[in-house]
Design a binder for this molecule. Structure first.
Ligand code: COA
Length: 534
């Protein structure tokens, strides 16, 4: 039971060097986040010239003034599609409407007509899933041409794609989670089902329209010549078809109506977990930048990081002297109790067993789990194998996967191979997964991958009686190193939505406080464990 004491010389040369190097990573993060502003200005000007609010302004107008908006998937699709800015044409995030935390999902119409790329659909589905898990009302601001047609394989046939948007919407509605939408602009073909499936739908006069097939398609299919407003305009749907429920005069009016609906139908859920008075850490969270070694092969001192992350730098460390490569302990973030598992090197059998015991304790006491990943995997070698590293690693994975308490994964350094799995990364569906800008995740490190693949090649050539000169082997290895390095980047993970975003270490505490607050409003559930191999 103790308060962590920092022993780092924050005025020292090493700290300064690390901090300066990290400043470059933070500058890159801000640059990439702001690329959105620099792209598609012409389309935005055209959108505004039609008297419409820009999608981000719609979100601003909807939210309680001055309240935080936690944007999720901000870097989705980055570098994936031609002239599509970060975000993949949809804005998702958690914000307050009338004091109620809501999931806001807004089509970014100036980005390719708000049409759905693979990552757009995946991001929409992910946002709904978060809302579902936390029982947050969904507010969908629709302005989209529906499917981006050439993206068919990534949005149409499978689970987790566009169809899952409809499925999740219905199932959440069935569970009493409010589903509210505004038709701000286009809403065509499959896209019509989002507003049509919602509990409450508002449409904007002479701006929003909604139809299964537009005028051109209608003419081609039936020979009927009809204009868009008559076919699917706001006036028609509000008075003839009954597809929509409220008619708004403009975007601002529609958003004010949403605030009224939320005020009338949604209540902020009470806390189901105790909270104590929050306290700032005794050391500045901004100093974390100087704690992360410039050389990515070197680990950071995790206790120094925790001293700058948790309330009052208080950390009740569990089994301090056992399984020392995995630090476990109880702490508070923003007043919310959390069980932290953080790597301090490779995972050995004893550290895996310690994790099992710790996770079990947290499950029994309904304490959320925060996994801070910085490991190059599980220990290998004869001693480790004879000691049963595979079954101990399996026990850790069983405990982590079985835990039904809220789980969070942050890749704060390396996260390789089975170590990526065991620290509750995306495949284990943590409530949220994030990375720090220095984070790296892959099957293995670039050098190990190059060595492994070269070894396979060498054996194959030896079998075939072929010579393989050293220069040829090096030429073979170089692109593998480069590919693995590029793959491991957190930007690649954020682009593919394998994480929900990249966090500045200094903002991590604030984000975690918000997330723990959301989770604390959902009643806990039991965690029956899978079979533990002994
Ligand atoms: N698939 C692929 N690309 C599409 C698209 C679609 N369904 N709809 C629009 N786009 C692209 C356009 O080609 C254009 O690309 P560019 O910027 O490279 O030139 C961009 O999105 C913007 O389209 P544009 O028509 O110029 O913008 P707009 O604001 O005037 O209209 C829409 C936007 C979405 C209302 C209009 O493009 C539209 O009706 N599209 C067809 C929608 C449809 O029928 N979808 C079927 C879904 S199953």
């Amino acid at each position: 039971m103790s308060v962590l004491q920092s022993h780092v010389a924050t005025g020292g040369e090493e700290f300064r060097r690390n901090r300066d190097a990290y400043a470059g990573l933070i500058a890159q993060l801000h640059r990439r986040r702001s690329e959105y502003e620099g792209m598609g200005q012409r389309a935005r000007d055209r959108h505004e010239s039609l008297g419409k609010l820009l999608p981000r302004d719609r979100v601003d107008v909807l939210l309680d003034p001055g309240s935080p908006f936690l944007e999720l998937g901000e870097l989705a699709g980055i570098d994936m599609y031609d002239s599509v800015p970060p975000g993949a044409g949809i804005i998702t995030g958690i914000g307050q409407v009338g004091g109620v935390s809501c999931m806001i999902i807004a089509n970014d119409a100036p980005v390719k007509g708000g049409t759905y790329y693979t990552m757009t659909a995946k991001k929409h589905v992910r946002a709904q899933k978060i809302a579902w898990q936390h029982r947050l009302p969904n507010i969908t601001l629709v302005d989209s041409g529906g499917a981006n047609l050439p993206e068919q394989p990534g949005i149409f046939p499978d689970v987790g794609q566009y169809g899952s948007v409809f499925n999740q919407l219905v199932r959440q509605s069935a569970e009493g989670i409010p589903q509210i939408s505004v038709v701000h602009g286009a809403c065509t073909a499959g896209g019509t089902y989002v507003p049509a499936l919602c509990d409450i739908t508002i449409i904007v006069r002479e701006q929003g329209y909604l139809h299964l097939g537009g005028p051109e398609l209608t003419f081609a299919a039936t020979g009927e010549d009809v204009d868009r407003e008559t076919l699917g305009g706001a006036q028609m749907h509000s008075s003839i078809s009954g597809v929509t429920d409220y008619l708004a005069e403009n975007d601002r009016h529609a958003l004010a109506m949403v605030r009224d609906v939320v005020g009338d139908t949604c209540r902020r859920a009470p806390l189901a977990r105790a909270v104590r008075t929050p306290a700032e850490p005794r050391y500045d969270p901004g100093e974390i930048h100087g704690l992360i070694p410039e050389d990515p092969r070197l680990p950071a001192d995790i206790r120094e990081i925790l001293a700058r992350l948790v309330d009052d730098s208080y950390f009740d460390e569990f089994k301090l002297r056992y399984g020392e490569s995995l630090i476990c302990g109880f702490a508070y973030i923003g007043g919310f109790k959390v069980g932290i598992l953080a790597n301090q090197g490779v995972i050995f059998s004893d550290s895996a067993l310690k994790a099992v015991h710790f996770i079990d304790l947290c499950c029994k006491q309904d304490i959320p789990l925060l996994f801070m990943a910085d490991n190059s995997g599980f220990m290998v070698g004869r001693e480790a194998e004879h000691g049963g590293i595979s079954k101990d690693g399996a026990k850790m994975i069983t405990a982590m996967a079985s835990a039904n308490v809220p789980k969070y994964n942050i890749i704060i350094g390396k996260s390789y191979g089975a170590g990526y799995m065991a620290m509750c990364s995306r495949p284990f569906e943590p409530h949220f997964a994030f990375g720090w800008p220095n984070g790296r995740a892959a099957l293995m490190g670039p050098e190990q991958a190059a060595i492994t693949l070269a070894m396979v090649q060498r054996q194959k050539r030896a079998r075939d009686g072929e010579d393989w000169p050293a220069e040829a082997e090096e030429a073979f290895k170089e692109p593998i190193r480069r590919d693995f390095e590029a793959f491991a980047s957190m930007y690649n993970f954020a682009a593919n939505l394998w994480i929900d975003g990249i966090l500045d270490p200094a903002e991590t505490r604030q984000v975690m406080t918000l997330l723990l607050d959301l989770a604390a409003r959902v009643p806990g559930q039991a965690s029956p464990f899978g079979v533990l191999r002994m």
